[in-house]
Design a protein around this ligand. Structure first.
Ligand SMILES: *[C@@H]1O[C@H](CO)[C@@H](O)[C@H](O)[C@H]1NC(C)=O
Ligand SMILES: *[C@@H]1O[C@H](CO)[C@@H](O)[C@H](O)[C@H]1NC(C)=O
Ligand SMILES: [Zn+2]
Length: 248
């Protein structure tokens, strides 16, 4: 009798958990299978910016297991089977010509510290092999992309140093022109073109990024810049967070 009751309870739990997590949904089953075989890689996540805005990058004030004032936390990462993430080292355009480099370094630092604080959940990654190694350990491979060319202050030395710190893509602009590339707002007429695409220095930067092995991200730039880079680049480019309409 007792075993009958226990099996009934198990049956009830099984039925109710099916109803809740839609395990019977064939598309969900297929998606989960694909994500167990192949790492899902997200090209852009602004969590580091939220850490700066909400916590002044003070990670001792944050618990990513319970954080609920951001889109991202560790339970959601697990539920979404996030294999790898490019964390965005973003600082706003109003830092251009001021302290953009320092603030960007602080955003790179907070990503490294986040990986150190949660070593069971994140593994810092700088290569495709690192992504596969993290995936095999059920950790989210954590990469860095710098969002906006203003972050390098027109300096190839700064670009190379950021590469050394683990940065693996640079978005050529955010929503402002840099001294060497036009941003998407030029295409909407809300900002004048300064370079008709890329300046000669901008083209030199593309060559250097190809040489380093840093991905060129064409989110946020003008169509002219996109086309110039597609003609020039010897390596595939990415559109880290773009859509059929311009994004903010
Ligand atoms: C969000 O987290 C805070 C602190 O852990 C908690 O007090 C609050 O109830 C949570 N809010 C929601 C909507 O879960
Ligand atoms: C990773 O998770 C899967 C599915 O939950 C599990 O089967 C596997 O043993 C885990 N691997 C490691 C190294 O923890
Ligand atoms: Zn963006």
């Amino acid at each position: 009798m007792l075993s009958k009751i226990i099996s009934t309870v198990y049956w009830a739990l099984w039925v109710s958990s099916c109803a809740v997590n839609a395990a019977e949904d064939p598309l969900m089953t297929r998606a989960l299978r694909l994500m167990s075989e192949t790492p899902l890689i997200d090209g852009h996540n602004d969590l580091p910016w939220q850490l700066r805005k909400q916590f002044n990058n003070e990670l001792n004030k944050v618990d990513l297991n319970t954080l609920n004032t951001t889109h991202t936390n560790i339970p959601k990462i697990k539920e979404g089977r996030l294999g790898a993430q490019f964390w965005s080292a973003y600082v706003p355009c109003d830092t251009q010509y001021k302290d953009a480099v320092r603030q960007t370094l602080e955003q790179i630092d907070v990503v490294h510290r986040m990986c150190q604080k949660y070593p069971n959940d994140f593994m810092f990654a700088a290569t495709s092999q690192d992504i596969m190694d993290a995936f095999a350990m059920n950790k989210t491979a954590s990469l860095i992309g710098v969002e906006g060319g203003h972050s390098i202050d027109s300096s190839l030395g700064t670009l190379r140093t950021m590469y050394q710190l683990g940065v693996r893509y640079l978005t050529l602009t955010h929503s402002c022109n840099t001294p060497w590339a036009d941003n998407w707002r030029v295409d909407t007429g809300s900002e004048p073109s300064q370079h008709d695409g890329l300046s000669p220095f901008g083209k030199q930067l593309i060559v250097e990024m190809n040489r380093l092995g840093m991905l060129i991200d064409l989110a946020h730039v003008t169509e002219k810049v996109m086309n110039q880079v597609l003609d020039m680049s010897k390596a595939p480019v990415i559109f880290s967070h773009s859509s059929a309409v311009h994004c903010l």
